[in-house]
Structures are given as C-alpha cells and as structure tokens.
Design a binder for this molecule. Structure first.
Ligand code: FEO
Length: 402
C-alpha cells in the first residue's frame, strides 16, 4: 500500500521510514529508526528528487506509482548520490526508462563507481544552472562536503522550497509526522538532529558555513531534507543550530563529565564533581560512562556543552581505550573551542592526566583548566580538595558569563 504525504499543492513526500536498520552507515545506533525522504513534483513535467535506501525501495516505488497516477516520470534529480539516497536509481529507471537524470559531474562519476548505471539519458548541471519544469523554476547550488563532495541542493524559486540533501536532516523515523510543526522538535528530535549532524557532517564546519551563506541570499519557505522532518515554520531555529554547530560554538553553558572507570572509583569522583557543581548553581550537568555510551552520543553532547571534564583511569600506561576512542572522534570531527577539565586515576603509575592534556593541546582552541585532579585508586582528602577547586573554577566561568 502506498504511504505518501502532501508537502504543498503539487509536491509530495514519497519517501519511507526504516525501523529495521539498527546501525546507520553500519556504525551509528538509531533506536528511533530513520527516514529516507524523497519528493515528487507534479508540474507540466514530473520531477522526482532523490531516491531512497535499497531496504525501502518497494514502499518507495508504490508511492511513486500512486502519486504519478499514470503520468510518465520526466526527471530524476539526484542531489546526493550516497547509497542511502541513490540505491534505487536503477529500479526507477527500469520502471520509467525515459526519465532524464539530473545531477553533478562528480555524482555521475560516483554513480558509475557504485554501479548505478544511468546511461545517456542525463543532464549534467553546473553551479547556478537553472531549469524550468512548467510553473516551477529551480536553481542548482553546489554544496560540496555536505555531506560528500558531489552534493548539490536544489532551490525552487517559485515556491521557496529548498531540497537540501543531507543538510538539516536528522536520525529518527517520521512515523506519519512529516512536518516540524507536527512534533515537539526541541523535546523529541533535537538530540538526534545534533547527533546526526555532528557525527556525519561535523568535520566539515567551514563547508556548512559556505552553504549557510548561500542560503542567506535566498528566500527559503520550506526545507526538504533527505532525513527527518520537513521544516515549514520557524526555520531560523534550525538554521541557528546549524550555524552554532558548524562554527563549533557550544549550544549551552553546560558541563559534560565523561568518565572511564574500572572499579567505580573514577565514576564516584565524576559523581562527586557533578554534585559539587550543582552545589555551586551549575545544574546543567550531564554524566556519561564512556564504556556503556555509544561514542556518537558522547560526540553530540560534546558539541552541545561549553565544558567537558574527562575522567579516566590509566590503562597499560595509556588512556583507557574507550576514553581514547572518544578523544579520537572529537579530534577527527574537528571539535574545538571547549574548556576541558582533567581527572586522572592510577593505582601505581598515573599517566592518563598528562596524556589527555597533551591530546587536547594537539586539538584546536581547547582550553585545559589548570585545576587538575589526580586520584591514587580513589578519592582522598587531597584529591577531594582538587576536585572542589575544579568545581570552583568551572562554576566561576559558567556563572560569571551568565
Ligand atoms: Fe543520508 Fe550522506 O547520506
């Protein structure tokens, strides 16, 4: 059975939801599922924008057939050819062999690499090219590295719809609710939108800034991303989040305490610090065990907060592996501009503090607090005093900036 939603009078969402996939890109947990969005425009010409993941192809084809209602499919615009959006190109071509595929030179090259053969029925567009589908005129705008180098976005100048590829997307299945004003985004979607952005596109902040700059020059009315809700109200809310994330500016004056603990003593120090911070009025505090929290969630929180406290045992004279994985991901994704607190633990040769501090020195604009805490197996009077001094320093920074 078809399952579609109307976006405007002549534009339909024909995508699909996926609750069967457990790991997006075989790495990111998606307990709320994911949607693959595709849109079909019924103008003098019929135009399909992107396809969906192979696992959702059957539903997708039923949706297209229903909306076309016997009309031919004239064009297929591929804004982004990553397989979660391009895997069904050949299936579309099999059913609609006269369709003309519109995309970038790089995308056509990469389609060939993946074996998505589109033949000669194609139009290769350049930055700023326009096309007329009848009532609707569109302009193609390149968006390299948001998320892959071949990516473009398509702006419908007639009704202000921006087909934004991966940009402005989110993990999470739609489950019927297509529009941002049909959900409580701040409560139910923001964390997954941030986790999606920071882990997948976070590394490419300057490229996202370039797209935001281009977006600032056009009058966008509706944002149609390839994942998650369609935005038709309060676009500034999401644009502002993207601006912060892509400039690596924290969203909140808040503290994340990430701990790596073998027998509970480093965990205990993390909890004591959280209480000391709250005693000082800093209540926007979150505590995470790096051993049991998927690193994609840690990354999302690290992008949200202003202060990160790293509390790690020493393991084989190194940083505990799960903590090191978190640090490597932060560095790989180019996170910067954070204040860092360091808590080390070691029963005979504590090293993790110095190593974590050096690691932060190799990252951009990470400010390591002078107040460091060193535990010999567990908190004692000396290390408890150091912990309180760290709480004082963080509270002074956060409360002082209020
Ligand atoms: Fe949703 Fe970059 O693919």
């Amino acid at each position: 059975m078809y399952n579609v939603r109307k976006v405007t009078d002549d534009l339909y969402w024909v995508g699909a939801n996926d609750h069967r996939l457990h790991l997006f890109e075989n790495i990111y947990p998606i307990p709320r599922g994911v949607s693959y969005n595709s849109y079909l425009l019924l103008d003098e010409k019929t135009v399909l924008f992107d396809t969906v993941d192979w696992g959702a192809c059957r539903q997708y084809l039923l949706n297209i057939e229903h909306v076309l209602d016997g009309r031919p499919l004239d064009y297929l615009v591929i804004n982004h050819m990553e397989p979660d959006h391009a895997a069904c190109i050949e299936e579309v071509l099999l059913r609609y062999p006269d369709v003309v595929v519109i995309s970038t030179e790089k995308a056509f090259l990469m389609m060939t690499q993946y074996g998505f053969e589109v033949g000669e029925n194609k139009i290769q567009v350049a930055e700023g090219d326009t096309m007329d589908f009848g009532k609707h005129k569109v302009v193609f705008v390149f968006a390299p590295m948001v998320h892959w180098p071949e990516t473009m976005v398509t702006f419908d100048t007639t009704n202000g719809v921006l087909f934004s590829a991966d940009a402005f997307g989110s993990f999470g299945a739609l489950d019927g609710k297509l529009f941002n004003d049909e959900v409580d985004f701040d409560r139910d979607w923001l964390d997954d939108a941030r986790r999606y952005f920071t882990n997948i596109v976070g590394k490419y902040g300057p490229h996202v800034q370039a797209v935001l700059e281009k977006a600032g020059t056009i009058d966008i009315k509706i944002l149609c991303p390839l994942h998650g809700p369609v935005w038709r109200t309060d676009l500034g809310y999401l644009l502002n989040k993207y601006d912060l994330w892509s400039r690596y500016e924290p969203e909140d004056k808040a503290v994340m305490i990430a701990y790596a603990s073998m027998y509970g003593n480093t965990e205990s120090a993390a909890q004591v610090l959280a209480s000391e911070l709250c005693e000082r009025g800093v209540t926007n505090v979150v505590v995470y065990d790096v051993s049991t929290t998927d690193v994609s969630y840690l990354i999302s929180e690290a992008f949200r907060v202003s202060h990160i406290v790293l509390a790690s045992v020493t393991y084989n004279l190194e940083i505990y592996p799960k903590m090191l994985d978190f640090l490597n991901q932060m560095k790989s994704l180019n996170l910067q501009k954070r204040t860092i607190g360091i808590i080390e633990n070691g029963s005979w040769a504590p090293q993790s503090g110095e190593l974590m501090s050096k690691f932060m020195d190799d990252m951009k604009l990470m400010d390591v607090l002078g107040e460091e805490v060193s535990l010999a197996s567990s908190l004692n009077d000396v290390s408890y005093r150091e912990l309180r001094e760290m709480a004082d320093a963080i509270a002074e920074q956060i409360n002082g900036k209020k």
